[in-house]
Each structure stands twice: as structure tokens, then as C-alpha cells.
Design a protein around this ligand. Structure first.
Ligand SMILES: *[C@@H]1O[C@H](CO)[C@@H](O)[C@H](O)[C@H]1NC(C)=O
Ligand SMILES: *[C@@H]1O[C@H](CO)[C@@H](O)[C@H](O)[C@H]1NC(C)=O
Ligand SMILES: *[C@@H]1O[C@H](CO)[C@@H](O)[C@H](O)[C@H]1NC(C)=O
Length: 291
């Protein structure tokens, strides 16, 4: 072999070894192809990086298969990919509802994820009936935000539609803690195992934007939420610093924050799809942590 070929092979091996594989997971009513553009851009910026589309819970399945079940499905899918492509460590890049499922997975399993990026995930839940939701779920059309808890906190409905799993009505907080089968467990439960698992991450990144037209309140994506101690209609937005999930360090967010291993950041003017459809946003905010 000539020295050129040896160098060339060495370079290719270097590229292949340099970047960790990226596993993706899409949001509600999406599918794996939501990440097609990001895959192209990854090939451009990080040649040789394995960028894996995740063909689970597509379209209507993502709406009607409850989130506790999706967490298990995600775990199985990640194990399949690790076996198929023979890697042990990877990154997770997740959008919207998928980003909430990804976090729950990272708390629940002895994972091997290095960096986790949450792109506008409803981490503190959803409280708002937006046009977007209504488009995909027309039966919600005339259900007002303030009435929705009567439906979403019914046990049967918890297992029927995923929005119910992260519906967070600040004026019915006790009911939420008691009846919701998903979000309270991951945001309000002191669980050493959750903490141990989540803290295996090197870095957790949570992005949100006031330009988001889907997540309500948009601050939920960066662990902000209304003060649930206020009376109904008395809206006081509290940042993550005043949330129990952070102050009580339920799954290590605070500890990791103090160690500079958490980035919680709002970026102006990014609409909900912008995180997966805009090259500039991807290159500036996600790519630096997908190394
Ligand atoms: C998988 O990777 C390991 C090193 O990480 C290597 O020892 C092993 O031979 C690989 N197996 C396959 C089937 O490629
Ligand atoms: C919703 O309410 C509007 C106005 O009150 C009414 O015209 C419409 O028929 C309702 N739609 C459904 C699906 O019930
Ligand atoms: C939340 O509201 C309660 C009740 O009004 C108040 O006592 C508390 O200080 C508020 N929390 C913060 C962090 O402002």
C-alpha cells in the first residue's frame, strides 16, 4: 500500500471513529423523516457520522400510544440500533413530545447516551389548546383549556391520547399529581434510580423559543411553568430556577447544572418546526453537541 492509501484509510477510520452516532426521535404526529434534512446536514458538516432515523410510533401511533408505552418502545429501538450498528455510546436528538419521551427514557434506563438535546419538548407539560392541536385532533376543537382537565385526567383517557399524559393544568395541580400517569412521575418523584440514570449523561441541553406556536406555555420547553400555588387565572410564570423539579434536584438537573453539564436556553424566533427544518438553527445549536 502506498503511503497515500494508508493515510486515506487512516483518515476515513478517523472520521468514522470521531463522531458518536446520533439517534433521533420525532414529535407528535411526526415520523422518522422529520429528521431527513438534519441527516443531510449532518453528512455535510460531520462526514461519516452515523445519523439514525428512528422508525417507531409514526403519525397516529405517536398520538394514541400512551407515553409510558412509548418509553419502553424507544428503549427497545435504541437497543436494536446499538446491536445492528455495533456501537455502545451515542447521542440523542429529540423533538417536541419525543424530547419528553427521551428524557423519561434517560431517567428510567441504565442508558449509554452521552449528550441529550431536547428541541422544544414540553418538559413541564402543556396547558393550552392551540390551533396546532386542534388541526390534528379536531375533537378537541371546542374543549377549552380550562375544561380539558375533566377529560384528560380521566384514567381511561390517560391511556388513549398522549397529550393527556403531559397535560398540566396549573389550577388543578393536586388532580394532576394524582391522576396523570406520566409527567408527575418524571417531574415530581424523588427517585434515586432516575437520578443515577439521568446523571450518566455527559451533557443535557434543553432548548425552547418564544416563537414556538405549539408548546404552551412555550417556557415549558426550558422547564418554566406557571406558579401552581396561585389561584386560577392568576398567571405567574416561574423559570426553572423556581421549579421543584430543579430545586429538589429530583433527577439531577440541579447537580448537573452546577457542574456545567446542563444547558437550558431560550432562543428567539424559532417556530416549532424550525428546530428540525432550519439549517442555521441546527448548525448553531445542535451540531456543536453532536460530536
Ligand atoms: C463491534 O465493535 C467492537 C469494538 O467496539 C469490536 O471488537 C467487534 O469486533 C465489533 N463487532 C462487529 C460484529 O463488528
Ligand atoms: C364548536 O363551537 C362552535 C361555536 O360555538 C360551533 O359552531 C361548532 O359546531 C362546534 N364544533 C364542534 C365540533 O362541536
Ligand atoms: C407562588 O405563589 C405563591 C402564592 O401566591 C407565593 O407565595 C410564592 O412566593 C410564589 N412563588 C414564587 C417563586 O414567586
Amino acid at each position: 500500500m502506498s503511503i497515500k492509501v494508508v493515510l486515506c484509510v487512516a483518515l476515513i477510520v478517523h472520521f468514522l471513529a470521531a463522531y458518536k452516532p446520533v439517534i433521533t426521535f420525532h414529535g407528535i404526529n411526526g415520523n422518522e423523516h422529520d429528521f431527513d434534512r438534519l441527516k443531510e446536514w449532518t453528512e455535510k458538516y460531520h462526514p461519516g457520522q452515523l445519523f439514525l432515523l428512528n422508525p417507531i410510533f409514526r403519525r397516529t401511533e405517536s398520538v394514541f400510544m400512551n407515553l409510558p408505552y412509548q418509553v419502553l418502545g424507544l428503549a427497545a429501538s435504541i437497543e436494536r440500533m446499538k446491536a445492528e450498528h455495533n456501537f455502545t455510546s451515542h447521542h440523542l436528538l429529540c423533538h417536541s413530545q419525543g424530547a419528553l419521551v427521551c428524557r423519561a427514557y434517560l431517567q428510567s434506563f441504565d442508558h449509554s447516551c452521552e449528550n441529550f438535546i431536547s428541541l422544544s419538548g414540553p418538559q413541564m407539560g402543556q396547558f393550552g389548546a392551540t390551533l396546532y392541536w386542534e388541526n390534528y385532533m379536531p375533537f378537541l376543537r371546542n374543549l377549552s383549556t380550562h375544561e380539558a382537565h375533566t377529560l384528560f385526567y380521566m384514567r381511561g383517557v390517560q391511556y388513549m391520547i398522549t397529550v393527556a399524559n403531559f397535560w398540566n393544568d396549573p389550577w388543578h395541580h393536586e388532580e394532576f399529581l394524582r391522576e396523570s400517569v406520566f409527567l408527575p412521575k418524571y417531574n415530581y418523584e424523588k427517585n434515586e434510580q432516575f437520578k443515577q440514570n439521568f446523571m450518566k449523561l455527559k451533557l443535557a441541553v434543553f432548548y425552547g423559543s418564544p416563537g414556538d406556536e405549539v408548546i404552551e406555555p412555550w417556557e415549558s420547553a426550558v422547564f418554566g411553568f406557571f406558579n401552581t400555588s396561585k389561584p386560577a387565572y392568576d398567571y405567574q410564570m416561574l423559570t426553572y430556577r423556581d421549579q421543584e423539579v430543579y430545586t429538589q434536584d429530583y433527577f439531577g438537573l440541579r447537580t448537573m447544572g452546577l457542574q456545567n453539564r446542563v444547558i437550558i436556553k431560550e432562543i428567539p424566533n424559532v417556530n416549532h418546526g424550525g428546530w428540525i427544518f432550519r439549517e442555521d438553527i441546527f448548525a448553531d445549536y445542535s451540531l456543536p453537541y453532536l460530536t
